[in-house]
Every structure is written in structure tokens, then in C-alpha cells.
Design a binder for this molecule. Structure first.
Ligand code: HAM
Length: 429
């Protein structure tokens, strides 16, 4: 019975081999950049207790209200596929006693899950690279994490990202500001879009993030948080700006920048690609000084960011002068007949033992067909073994990227010969 093709879950993508190399290159660059700054990797489970996200991201955020993959497991526990990585890092840090009176610089990377409406740049399973610097309260660490991001874009060759920063202030500043904002919005309530009216009662700050054209126009005259900051909050933000200036990192202060997660306090930022529509944030983060205590630890300041890898990779793919990933292997084994296959596969193992990348032709085929496959694979050399070669105990080595250079080499010398050839090529490049 034909039951049809099974599709992947909507909004969850396969990353196919042709694209994987770009992912590997980006992941490699991430590893290089975090090690330049002395950040250590942490890996946490993809499943967490639902309460973790309710208590950290906030009950009245879109993520918790309508985007989490939550289910009850066989023990009747409510579990959730992580929608982000910060809450898990803090949970793990508290559980393992790593945050008390100490500092941590951590990074992570992996799949996250949000039941959003899929579109380009917005998926239900997506990948984040994130860093969390825990235990420091000063603007120096805020600027350090921003400069780590900045260096990553540089190393990847991304040129078009714009850094926007704002501050949400401490609880005290925010309370004063929200009162003032609510007063302003109350006088315009009939002009607000439907979603903003709901937010007005639950989380008025999020109205600043509205994409509705009328609401945006109205917000031009809304009060801005910078006028309500305590002296301490203002000093912190001004100092962050001075740090960024000293690092020669361009930034734009965006008074309307708020974040979709409730744990932020103080400085927040986003790296955006101008002209990429609504999914233009490649990276977002900021300070979250209350979260450790909120999750049961002792009061500990922290700051971090996360970057969406799908969005990053799509930008890289869109750049004309990006470096082409090197998918090619070193050697393709052309094996003509069963005896050749029986001798050729062990020879391929010897080559691999020496660190040479080899693909064996499987499934037979004429010499012409096998050489065509070798050519398409991008391999530098074809090693040809057939009955004739076996009789004379030799293999033919053909340099595929040069004009028909071909040599017969005794089988026992093939590994040495190719090792030398490949080393010469690498050093002369
Ligand atoms: P976030 O702004 O929710 O922050 O996500 C960070 C980045 O993840 C976004 O800028 C975007 O690039 C990517 N992203 C988010 N949702 C999706 C989606 N549905 N599809 C594709 N990409 C997406 C956080 O998650 C915070 N934990 C960041 C942080 C770390 N703050 C402090 N430390």
C-alpha cells in the first residue's frame, strides 16, 4: 500500500550535504572566536521542565504564551523543547554550584524550538550560537560581548550588519518609565492596533516593538526610557557607549529597542541587516541582572547574546564574494572489476590511515564513467586499479586538475607518493 511521502515537520529544515560545509565553516569560526576571548563551551539538554521558561522568559511573552513545544511526558511532568539557551545555562550553573561567588564565560550552540509562523528566516527548529558572561556587572563586559560578536562578523566576512543599542534600565527606572508610557498610550488607545491593545494591559513595553504602521507613527511622540533612568543606569549606559567608541565599533542608539524576553535589565542590543524585512535581527542580547536570583540562585549579574545561525548563513550565501566551501576530497579510487575492488578498498584504508581523504567508486562502471564521477567529485587525484595493473602490481595515478599527467606507481608506494604530492600541493598553495 502506498501511504505517500513523509514530509518533515513544518518549519523544521533538513540541512543537506551541500550546505553542511558552510555550517561547518561557520561553526569552526565560532570556535576560533570564542577561544580568542576565553569562553568555555557548555552543553545543556534540549528538553527542560516547562517552569524554567515560564519563570525566566516570562509568562506574558509571545514565546511562553504561544510558541513553546510543551507536552506532558509519561511521568506526567510538563516538559518543553528549549526555545532559547540562556535559561538552561543559568539553571545548569546554579544546579552545579558554578555561579556562587564566581564568574563564568560560556558559549553554546544548538537547535532551539519555537512554534512561530514559518517564513524566510523564521523557523520552528532553528539554531543559535550564544554566549553568557555571568558574574560581572560593569559595562566592560557588555562591550566585550558586543566586540566578540563584531569580531565574528569580521572573521566571517560579513560587512552589512548594523548594531542597535538601548537600555531598559533597572527595575526602578523601568517602573517610572512604564507608568509614563502607559499614561501616554492610554490617551491613544483607540488608535492602537489590536495586538498592541492586548499588550497595553499585559506588557506595555512590548508595544514599542509593534510592526503596525499607525502604531509606529504614534510612538514617535512617546516618552523614551533614557529620560527616566536612575543616575546609576545612565552612568552604565554612557560608559558602555564610551567603551564601544574606544573599540571603534559603530552603533546606533534605538530608543524603541525592546526584547521579546522579559529577563532583560539594563543595556540591550541587536545586530540587524537593514533591508531584510521583519526577520532582520541576526543576533540579540543584553544584560539580565535578575535572572540568576529569579531561578533560585544568589543575586548575580549577567549579560549575553544569541545569534540565529540560519539567518547568519543565509546572509553569507547572499554575499557574492563569499569564500566557496571546499567540499572536495583528495582521491577518488577507480576500481575496475571485482579483484580490483578487493585490492583497492584495503589500499583506500591505508591512504585514510595516512590522513588522505578517499572515496572509492562503488557499484562498478566503465573507466570513462568512473573518471567522470571522479572529476565531478572535485578530487585532486584518481587512483586507477584494474586487472592489468594488478598483474604488474601497480596503480595508475592520474592528476585530475592538471593536463592528463599520469604515472604508474608500485602499489606499495602509492601511500608515500600521494602523501608527498598532497603535502607539496598544500605548501605551495
Ligand atoms: P532572541 O532575540 O529571542 O534572544 O533570539 C536570538 C536570535 O535567534 C535572533 O536574533 C534570531 O537571529 C534568532 N531566532 C530567534 N527566533 C528564530 C526563529 N524562529 N527562526 C530563526 N531564527 C530565530 C534569545 O534567544 C536570548 N536567549 C539571547 C540572549 C542570550 N540574551 C542573553 N543571552
Amino acid at each position: 500500500m502506498n501511504r505517500g511521502i513523509i514530509q518533515s515537520v513544518r518549519g523544521m529544515n533538513d540541512i543537506l550535504p551541500a550546505t553542511c560545509q558552510t555550517w561547518i565553516n561557520v561553526e569552526q569560526t565560532i570556535r576560533e572566536v570564542v577561544s580568542l576571548y576565553g569562553y568555555d563551551e557548555i552543553r545543556t539538554p534540549v528538553l527542560e521542565k516547562t517552569d524554567l521558561f515560564r519563570r525566566s522568559i516570562g509568562e506574558q511573552t509571545d514565546i511562553v504564551e504561544k510558541e513553546m513545544y510543551t507536552f506532558v511526558d509519561r511521568n506526567h511532568d510538563s516538559l518543553t523543547l528549549r526555545p532559547e539557551g540562556t535559561a538552561s545555562c543559568i539553571r545548569a550553573g546554579i544546579a552545579h554550584g558554578l555561579l556562587h561567588n564566581s564568574t563564568q564565560r560560556w558559549w553554546y550552540s544548538g537547535p532551539m524550538f519555537r512554534h512561530e509562523r514559518p517564513q524566510k528566516g523564521r523557523y520552528r527548529q532553528f539554531h543559535q550560537f550564544g554566549i553568557e558572561a555571568i558574574g560581572w556587572s560593569g559595562p566592560d563586559i557588555d562591550s566585550e560581548i558586543i566586540s566578540l560578536g563584531n569580531r565574528l562578523w569580521k572573521m566571517l566576512g560579513l560587512t552589512d550588519l548594523r548594531l542597535e543599542i538601548n537600555t531598559l534600565g533597572s527595575r526602578e527606572s523601568r517602573r517610572k518609565y512604564i507608568d509614563e508610557l502607559t499614561r501616554f498610550l492610554a490617551t491613544h488607545i483607540s488608535e492602537l492596533d489590536e495586538a498592541s491593545v492586548i499588550r497595553f494591559n499585559q506588557n506595555p513595553l512590548r508595544i514599542l516593538d509593534s510592526k503596525d504602521r499607525n502604531t509606529k507613527a504614534l510612538l514617535v511622540n512617546a516618552p523614551v526610557i533614557r529620560d527616566y533612568l536612575t543616575h546609576e543606569d545612565k552612568t552604565h549606559f554612557d560608559s558602555l557607549c564610551r567603551h564601544l567608541d574606544s573599540l571603534r565599533i559603530d552603533y546606533h542608539i534605538n530608543n524603541r529597542l525592546v526584547r521579546g524576553l522579559d529577563y532583560y535589565t539594563g543595556a540591550v542590543f541587536e545586530w540587524i541587516t537593514p533591508g531584510q524585512g521583519s526577520q532582520n535581527a541576526v543576533c540579540g542580547g543584553g544584560r539580565y541582572d535578575n535572572l540568576v536570583q529569579q531561578l533560585g540562585g544568589s543575586p548575580t549579574p549577567a549579560a549575553g547574546f544569541a545569534c540565529g545561525l540560519e539567518r547568519l548563513i543565509s546572509l553569507l550565501e547572499g554575499q557574492e564574494d563569499r569564500r566557496q566551501p571546499d567540499l572536495a576530497i583528495d582521491v577518488w579510487m577507480v576500481l575496475l572489476g571485482e579483484s580490483a575492488a578487493l585490492a583497492g578498498h584495503p589500499l583506500a584504508e591505508e591512504l585514510r590511515e595516512a590522513g588522505i581523504q578517499v572515496t572509492c567508486n562503488c557499484g562498478g562502471g566503465s573507466i570513462g564513467k568512473q573518471l567522470r564521477r571522479a572529476d565531478q567529485s572535485g578530487a585532486r587525484y584518481a587512483v586507477i586499479v584494474g586487472d592489468q595493473e594488478l598483474e604488474s602490481n601497480r596503480a595508475i595515478i592520474k592528476e585530475l586538475r592538471a593536463d592528463d599527467e599520469q604515472s604508474g606507481i608500485p602499489l606499495e608506494n602509492v601511500v608515500d607518493f600521494l602523501t608527498k604530492q598532497l603535502n607539496n600541493k598544500t605548501t605551495s598553495l
